[in-house]
Design a protein around this ligand. Structure first.
Ligand SMILES: Cc1ncc(COP(=O)(O)O)c(C=O)c1O
Ligand SMILES: N[C@@H](CCCC[NH3+])C(=O)O
Length: 443
């Protein structure tokens, strides 16, 4: 067996005197005890720090900007409140996200509404609540939005989502910028020009700029610089052809984070610094006025701040095979390993720096062979009742949780400065049957 060393992702500053993992100044074992497991815990100060780091890059580069948190990564009333406290905008992709933001008193004027099949009712909800901008994705939406605006006698700001024709190097299920993506208007075929003509012709829409998003968990700068250059080229073309000056260039999100030691991304704000510089350089030789730059990071804001706490239960050893260590959660609270073969690091909460003595398969409790949270996790010896902390689970974990096998979804806790607070309750069995209605046979 290769030499097993302690987990590098946990630093001494994350341990308390007893050697336990601390999250937001709280002992992870106390959190597991108080709230039960499986439990999702966010270290709130990490979320704040990342939003602030993004804002600082723009301020250092002296450009107008918006940091728009992609709330699909983790949407909850408390999260919209936090985004608002930090002066972030948000991107929403459904009536449900919009409704949650409204419940949080988040000013919808700071929200961008995305989606490739927004419904009439969703557009009404957005327009009635003074949505900041609708990011228009397709021709059907232009027609539908014109109808909504006429019915409500209203106006709205829009951006056009462009498919930049850039294939990001990431899992194909989370690529979005390639030519045959389901999202946005194609450039080569002239769709984007026709969309602009339609928007400029609408007396109820104000065109504020262009948007593109090339995918998620991206590590190479080249894709982002490519999208920056492409969007400036389109803006310049539109200025020459239509005398239209874009006020905003929105480059989307997608900044990759470190899940395991195989990942060596730049810091998220370094991606943004490069994007800003690329846009400035591309704008200089054109007749464009420098537009504002908007970004839409999701994963990089909440991913590293999230921890999933699980309790160890059964174990299966088979000679010649890697053992299964099973926890009390799994694909219902984190579908990413099953869906994308995503990898994470997991530590023993009571002693994250204990020498690692074995490689195990970390299995979930769902009735599905694919419910393996990690195919190969190095751990110290564990016993039933031990609490494990899976790291960097804050993005697209709880957000994609399900009730598969009628398992209740976990609770979510915010921890900051040594205080913890429940922000989403654990589902109860009663919650699971709340929408069920008995069937009375008609025979
Ligand atoms: C339009 C749009 N913006 C932003 C994001 C956020 O991406 P990420 O969480 O990778 O930063 C996504 C998701 O990929 C998206 O589709
Ligand atoms: N859900 C994906 C990211 C998709 C982002 C949505 N455009 C993930 O977990 O990696």
């Amino acid at each position: 067996m290769e030499e097993l060393v302690m987990n590098e992702q946990i630093s001494a500053s994350q341990l308390n005197a007893a050697g336990h993992l601390m999250i937001g100044g709280c002992d992870s074992l106390d959190l597991a005890q108080q709230y039960g497991t499986p439990l999702v815990v966010y270290d709130v100060s990490r979320i704040r720090q990342q939003i602030r780091a993004f804002k600082r890059v723009f301020e250092d580069n002296q450009v107008d900007y918006a940091v728009s948190y992609a709330s699909k990564a983790f949407a909850a009333i408390a999260m919209y409140q936090l985004a608002d406290q930090e002066g972030a905008h948000v991107d929403v992709v459904s009536g449900g996200e919009m409704y949650t933001a409204l419940k949080a008193d988040f000013p919808l004027s700071h929200a961008s509404f995305h989606g490739n099949n927004k419904s009439y009712d969703e557009l009404v909800l957005a327009v009635k609540n003074n949505i900041g901008v609708v990011v228009v994705d397709n021709f059907y939406e232009i027609t539908l939005l014109n109808q909504v605006l006429a019915d409500l006698d209203a106006h709205v700001k829009v951006m056009l989502r462009i498919t930049p024709g850039i294939s990001a190097h990431t899992n194909k299920y989370i690529q979005t910028g390639q030519v045959d993506s389901k999202f946005g208007f194609d450039l080569e075929s002239g769709q984007a020009d026709r969309a602009l003509e339609a928007v400029l012709a609408s007396p109820r829409m104000t065109m504020v700029g262009l948007h593109a998003h090339i995918g998620s968990q991206i590590f190479e700068l080249a894709g982002f610089e490519g999208v920056a250059n492409k969007l400036v080229a389109v803006a310049s073309h539109w200025q020459q052809k239509y005398d239209y000056q874009a006020q905003v260039i929105n480059v989307g999100g997608g900044f990759g984070i470190r899940y395991t030691k195989a990942d060596q991304p730049l810091r998220p704000e370094e991606f943004v610094d490069a994007i800003i510089k690329a846009i400035k350089a591309a704008v200089t030789p054109t007749a464009l006025e420098m537009p504002a730059i908007w970004i839409e990071p999701g994963r990089s804001i909440v991913g590293p701040a999230g921890f999933n706490l699980y309790t160890v239960g059964s174990r299966k050893d088979l000679p010649g095979y890697r053992p299964f260590v099973t926890v009390d959660g799994g694909m219902g609270d984190n579908i990413r390993p099953a869906l994308y073969q995503a990898e994470y690091e997991t530590v023993l909460a009571r002693d994250p720096q204990a020498p690692l003595t074995e490689h195990v398969r970390l299995a979930g409790k769902y009735c599905e062979s694919g419910d393996i949270l990690s195919q190969d996790q190095a751990l110290p010896a564990t016993k039933p009742g031990d609490v494990l902390a899976m790291l960097d689970t804050g993005a697209y974990g709880y957000a994609m949780a399900s009730n598969y096998n009628r398992n209740p979804r976990p609770a979510v806790v915010f921890a900051e400065n040594g205080h913890s607070q429940l922000v989403i309750e654990r589902e109860s069995y009663e919650d699971l049957v709340r929408l069920d209605r008995p069937y009375t046979a008609n025979n």
